[in-house]
Design a protein around this ligand. Structure first.
Ligand SMILES: NC(=O)c1ccc[n+]([C@@H]2O[C@H](COP(=O)([O-])OP(=O)(O)OC[C@H]3O[C@@H](n4cnc5c(N)ncnc54)[C@H](OP(=O)(O)O)[C@@H]3O)[C@@H](O)[C@H]2O)c1
Length: 227
């Protein structure tokens, strides 16, 4: 069975990816900061779901997780992300918070992708998907709110487009994917779609990815998104 790595198995969209891929029989490396807290439904998949501790800001931890096995990895899902802690209007920016958001949302996905690159290349035709946001689109920006979060996602978009050039020749298709506005802790209860709906649609998009789509920015239903 194919293997998928998910970087935020504990809750939200990452947890739903774990649930759906495990239900299909994939081997799921369910990374999260506190694997002991993984819920009972995910644990019920037994050896199909392997909880493992990984904070995406900790390079040594990320590299240790990647070295724990040597089998091919067919799919990497960089799902971990944070919104930032508050007001970032002019004069109110908390620069330490901004640095932390960049660490998690921009550098985190690069750490994980680079650590798993050899195992992805070994799979032949692997995909590396990073969840971005419409808020990271410079072409689509319509408000000055959430500067911290927006910049972290715009930056990860560029990072993954650059990595697409480096890793495409090794057979890895690298894309960024906007999950839509999803009812999670981050998206809030008033969001437009459930995690199940978003993940079901994104799994369809991921399954249909071709090498020609390497380095693209896609929406959760598969259309292109403006950079
Ligand atoms: N929900 C939306 O409407 C929406 C829209 C656009 C984009 N996105 C993106 O989609 C992704 C998933 O969002 P979500 O809605 O599922 O968010 P969420 O419900 O707030 O969950 C965030 C996840 O990220 C994990 N995480 C945070 N910091 C981490 C770190 N340093 N290392 C490892 N894991 C860490 C959290 O783990 P803990 O449980 O340990 O805190 C949690 O599992 C994010 O990248 C987000 O930016 C979401």
């Amino acid at each position: 069975m194919p293997t998928v790595v998910v970087t935020s198995a504990s809750r939200g969209i990452g947890r739903e990816f774990v649930r759906q891929y495990a239900a299909e029989g994939w081997q799921v490396i369910a990374a999260c900061r506190h694997p002991e807290s993984l819920d009972r439904e995910l644990r019920a998949y037994g050896s199909g779901v392997r909880p493992i501790a990984m904070d995406v800001t900790d390079l040594a931890a990320v590299e240790a997780v990647a070295r724990e096995g040597d089998g091919p990895v067919d799919l990497l899902l960089n799902t971990a992300g944070i919104a930032g802690s508050g007001d970032d209007s002019p004069g109110a920016v908390n620069y330490a918070d901004w640095a932390h958001v960049l660490d998690v949302n921009t550098m985190g996905p690069v750490r994980v992708l680079d650590a798993f690159a050899d195992r992805l290349a070994a799979a032949g035709g692997a995909r590396a998907v990073t969840l971005t946001s419409g808020m990271g689109s410079i072409g689509d920006v319509g408000s000055g709110s959430q500067l911290v979060y927006r910049t972290s996602k715009a930056a990860v978009n560029m990072a993954m487009r650059a990595r697409a050039f480096s890793l495409g020749p090794r057979g890895i298709t690298v894309v960024v994917l906007n999950p839509g506005w999803v009812r999670t802790d981050m998206g809030g209860p008033g969001a437009a779609i459930s995690p199940e709906e978003s993940v079901t649609a994104m799994r369809r998009v991921i399954a249909g990815l071709t090498p020609e789509q390497n380095g693209t920015f896609l929406n959760w239903r598969g259309g292109g998104y403006p950079w």
